[in-house]
Design a protein around this ligand. Structure first.
Ligand SMILES: C[S@@+](CC[C@H](N)C(=O)[O-])C[C@H]1O[C@@H](n2cnc3c(N)ncnc32)[C@H](O)[C@@H]1O
Length: 367
């Protein structure tokens, strides 16, 4: 049915002009992503870091070994990146100077700090040709009546799933970048979690980190809580390459089949890769692995909890991460209601969101 023109309030001139500018922004935001990709590929953050954390445009051109003729173009690139919050600048200074901010600090190579994870590969994966092609096919994907479980647009477009052993058959370099990118994105440092809500580990005698990768997280936990007996469960190919540690038991296995018993099971940045049905299956295994609530049994989940009350920027970041999952993987980001439904379906009696840490939440789930 045609829209009833009487129900549409005619925009004012000012509103129309603003709407046009907003349309430009939303249609052209891909250029911000490409400018970020360019900064990463030129190693601009590392160059500014090596120049002492601040650099003038001529210094930057020299440090990056760019032709002098590119200086005015670099100025335009940096102006957009500063406005987008990727770098800082000394506005009003006699000589135009660009500085690192916390975001560009994450793109500096070779920083040795507990809370620094080099994010180059997260950027390169998300702007890769394969991701962009999958995102461009979204409308066609919506129109197709695909059989359940519905493949992601990425899978439909490229014929293989992402973050999967078959991904390298599509493109070995993409597979490498994606694995590095996932590792970087997932490496929310355990130090931050311990500082923000370390109480979740107090009173815990034993802990299994389900999908715990190479054990980085549990090594951080043991450092702060040496009494906790820690086990890491992951796939055989991951456990084979995990560095040995006196206080960590490594178990090669499949969380869909069984999880090593402990007073608490932790699942950090893993469930968003999986469908609701698979999350229920994984959590059912978690429940079998822990004792009753009275005996201190619990599952600790660290994942995004989509929540508009975190403010428009954080909420937008969460929704973009959800679309990233929708386009490329069969997983999703979840709000509190989604999480509650999964916990109840898996047979848990109660849960508590202990704390929101940035875009993520720390949840305790009780049997
Ligand atoms: C995205 S990473 C998260 C790693 C870690 N929890 C962290 O926070 O850094 C997901 C981990 O789950 C592991 N994984 C995937 N499927 C699994 C399965 N069926 N059983 C056990 N581990 C699995 C992967 O090998 C990978 O190490």
């Amino acid at each position: 049915m045609a829209a009833d023109s009487r129900t549409i309030i005619a925009p004012t001139d000012a509103e129309l002009l603003q709407a046009q500018a907003d349309l430009w922004r939303h249609s052209l935001y891909y250029l911000t992503s490409m400018a970020l990709k360019c900064a990463v590929e030129l190693h601009i953050p590392t160059a500014i870091h090596k120049l002492g954390g601040a650099a003038s445009l001529p210094d930057l051109v020299t440090a990056l070994s760019l032709p002098q003729t590119k200086l005015p173009f670099l100025r335009r690139l940096m102006r957009l990146l500063v406005t987008s919050g990727i770098f800082a600048s000394d506005s009003g200074a006699e000589v135009e100077t660009y500085r690192l901010n916390p975001l560009s600090w994450l793109l500096v190579e070779g920083v040795e700090a507990e809370n620094h994870t080099y994010q180059k590969y997260f950027v390169l994966a998300t702007v890769s040709r394969h991701y962009l092609e999958a995102a461009s096919s979204l409308a066609d994907w919506f129109k197709k009546d695909l059989p359940v479980p519905i493949p992601s647009p990425f899978e439909e477009q490229h014929g293989v799933p992402l973050v999967h052993e078959k991904t390298k058959l599509l493109d070995e370099e993409l597979d490498r970048i994606v694995n590095e990118g996932v590792a970087a994105h997932d490496n929310l440092a355990i130090g931050t979690i311990i500082r923000e809500c370390g109480d979740i580990f107090r009173g815990v005698q034993s802990l299994t980190d389900c999908g715990g990768g190479d054990g980085t997280t549990v090594r951080g936990i043991i450092k702060a809580f040496p009494h906790i007996k820690c086990t890491v469960l992951d796939l055989p190919k991951v456990i084979e390459n995990a560095p040995p540690h006196d206080s960590v038991t490594y178990v090669a296995g499949d969380m869909f089949h069984s999880i090593p018993p402990a007073q608490a099971v932790m699942i950090k940045l893993l469930l968003h890769f999986f469908s609701d049905e698979d999350c229920v299956k994984i959590l059912e295994q978690c429940k079998k692995a822990i004792p009753s609530k009275e005996e201190g049994g619990k599952v600790i989940i660290i994942e995004i909890v989509v929540d508009p009350s975190l403010g428009p920027i954080m909420y937008e970041a969460q929704l973009l991460m959800d679309l990233l999952m929708m386009v490329n993987i069969r997983g999703r980001q979840r709000d509190e209601n989604d999480w509650r439904e999964i916990f109840m379906k898996a047979g848990f009696s109660d849960y508590k969101i202990v704390k929101k840490i940035g875009a993520r939440g720390v949840i305790e789930v009780y049997p």
